[in-house]
Design a protein around this ligand. Structure first.
Ligand code: NAD
Length: 504
């Protein structure tokens, strides 16, 4: 297939052709491990979105009319290509994102699982039929594609999140305009390349790079019927409000602050290991990262912090090319500055920085955007470091005196993406699952990302809109319900009827 690197300028792909568009401007792409500029991305706007919508509109009717079984064949071919090229896809992710290779491979795997699910699209789109809803009258439900939809995606999963959206939207018969993150845009072009090789017709997937200008054109465009967005809460809310004001169907998934409650009866070594992976994997830049540990009881808290501190201090930090590295850099210089600023703010507000990742530097990679693993104890719900999503390798410990206080903390937070409880007590776990205000709940599972035949989505200000990603939710989001009621009047068989038609 050939690597996309070295590449100087990442271009749009419209109707199957790479294009610089109107060349409104370029955005820089950096290698977060070194801080070096490694390329540019063409920043599109109104003209490029218009061209992509025209291509999508022209191609979609035939694709929407293609039998689901034939659309599934493209998904099967895509699956095979993604498996064959998994290593290369992971490397493309890491160069611009910075995550370590195994983590990038994990991202490819979670993308693949949704492609697997999309392979079953004939079964998923199968309608319902009721015979004799009235005399000689039958009713059938079917689900038809929306038409042209858009996917607007974040930097932290440059393959997984776009593939979650695109594979389901396309399998359902839509055409898609993907507007990826401008921080790590190359993965989107690689995804396009794989879809094209898998046999997807030109114009069904279009990639327009850019930022706010491109997004605003999407939000207002009358020929785009649906928008899937994943990103920060402020932008998710903006996308939802502006998109729905224009009559579109919008699902907008936002930020998170995921708590993990540790009850006194939990296996603390297991809990500490779980917190390490969930808090520091991908340098904490995951919407399902655990960023707050809530041990219940002073003894539990003291013992947990004692177990965590040496583990956090010993984190192996390095570039994706280092096979031993457990986590890489953060995405930009601005992100590093913001994360370090929030740690300092927590300290000013009275929290105790037990392991301090500020000022971390790596020999040979001094220009990279590194933040060391950070553990902050005695954080309280009033502190900025608790209220805000940090999106970095920072784990806060908020001490609770009782289970109810811990539960209330989770429920009072503005975000409700994921959450977890570690305990050996089935009754407490069951109560937690029932009463907690979050969309994805783990019982002794720190990152409860649902599998592809369930659906992914948070509650509260972690989501705007009624549908989650993938699973049945995606089928409903990317299709419109149509109910056809049919009566064949008697004629040839029994002669004409002249009474007014009724269902009785
Ligand atoms: P972001 O909100 O900065 O960007 C997301 C997308 O919005 C990008 O494509 C970007 O180009 C676009 N965008 C940015 N500013 C815009 C503006 N002013 N107007 C219109 N469009 C704009 O998010 P990010 O930094 O790329 O990603 C990290 C965030 O995404 C975190 O908050 C994380 O929690 C969240 N996230 C959530 C989930 C989830 O499923 N809930 C999954 C992954 C990431």
């Amino acid at each position: 297939m050939g690597s996309l690197y070295p590449m100087s300028t990442v271009q749009h792909i419209i109707a199957g052709t790479e294009t610089a568009g109107s060349g409104t401007g370029l955005g820089p792409i950096f290698n977060p491990a070194t801080g070096e500029k490694i390329g540019d991305v063409t920043m599109g706007g109104g003209a490029e979105i218009e061209a992509a919508v025209a291509a999508a509109k022209a191609a979609q009717p035939a694709w929407g009319d293609t039998s689901p079984a034939k659309r599934a064949r493209v998904m099967f071919a895509l699956r095979a290509l993604m498996v064959e090229h998994a290593d290369e896809i992971a490397r493309t992710i890491s160069v611009e994102h910075g995550k370590v290779h195994d983590d990038a491979l994990g991202e490819v795997q979670r993308a693949l699982e949704v492609v697997d699910y999309a392979c079953g699209i004939p079964e998923l789109l199968k309608g319902q039929f009721s015979r004799n809803v009235g005399p000689g009258i039958d009713s059938a439900d079917e689900r038809q594609p929306l038409g042209v939809v858009s996917a607007i995606t974040p930097f932290n999963f440059p393959v997984m999140v776009p593939v979650w959206m695109i594979s389901m939207a396309i399998a359902c018969g839509n055409a898609v305009i993907l507007k990826p993150s401008e921080r790590d845009p190359s993965s989107a072009n690689l995804i396009h390349k794989l879809f094209a090789e898998a046999g997807l017709p030109d114009g069904i997937l279009n990639v327009v790079h850019g930022g706010k200008d491109a997004v605003d054109t999407i939000l207002d465009h009358q020929d785009i019927a649906g928008i899937s967005f994943v990103g920060s809460t402020a932008i998710a809310e903006y996308v939802y409000k502006r998109g729905t004001a224009g009559g579109k169907r919008v699902q907008a998934l936002g930020g998170a602050k995921n708590h993990m409650i540790v009850l006194p009866d939990a296996d603390l070594d297991q809990a500490a290991d779980a917190l390490m992976g969930a808090g520091f994997g991908s340098a904490g830049e995951r919407c399902m990262a655990v960023s707050v540990a809530v041990p219940v009881g002073q003894d539990t808290a003291d013992a947990l912090v004692e177990k965590l501190a040496p583990r956090v201090a010993a984190l192996k930090i390095g570039p994706a090319t280092d096979a031993d590295a457990e986590m890489g850099p953060v995405i930009t210089a601005a992100a590093k500055e913001r994360i370090e600023g929030l740690i300092s703010e927590g300290e000013r507000e009275g929290a105790e920085v037990v392991v301090d990742g500020r000022g971390f530097s790596l020999q040979g990679y001094e220009g990279g955007y590194w933040v060391g693993g950070t553990l902050i104890d005695k954080v309280t719900p009033e502190m900025t470091v608790y209220r805000e999503e940090i999106f970095g390798p920072v784990l806060s410990v908020v001490r609770a005196t009782a289970y109810d206080e811990a539960l209330k903390m989770v429920n009072d937070h503005e975000y409700g993406n994921g959450t977890a409880i570690f305990t050996r007590d089935g009754d407490a776990a069951r109560d937690f699952a029932n009463r907690v205000q979050a969309g994805m709940v783990g019982i002794n599972v720190p990152i409860p990302v649902p599998v592809a035949h369930h659906s992914f989505g948070g509650w509260k200000r972690s989501i705007f809109g009624a549908h989650g990603m993938y699973g049945h939710e995606a089928v409903h989001f990317y299709t419109k319900l149509k109910t056809v009621t049919t009566r064949w009047p008697t004629g040839i068989r029994s002669g004409a009827q002249f009474n007014f038609p009724s269902l009785d």
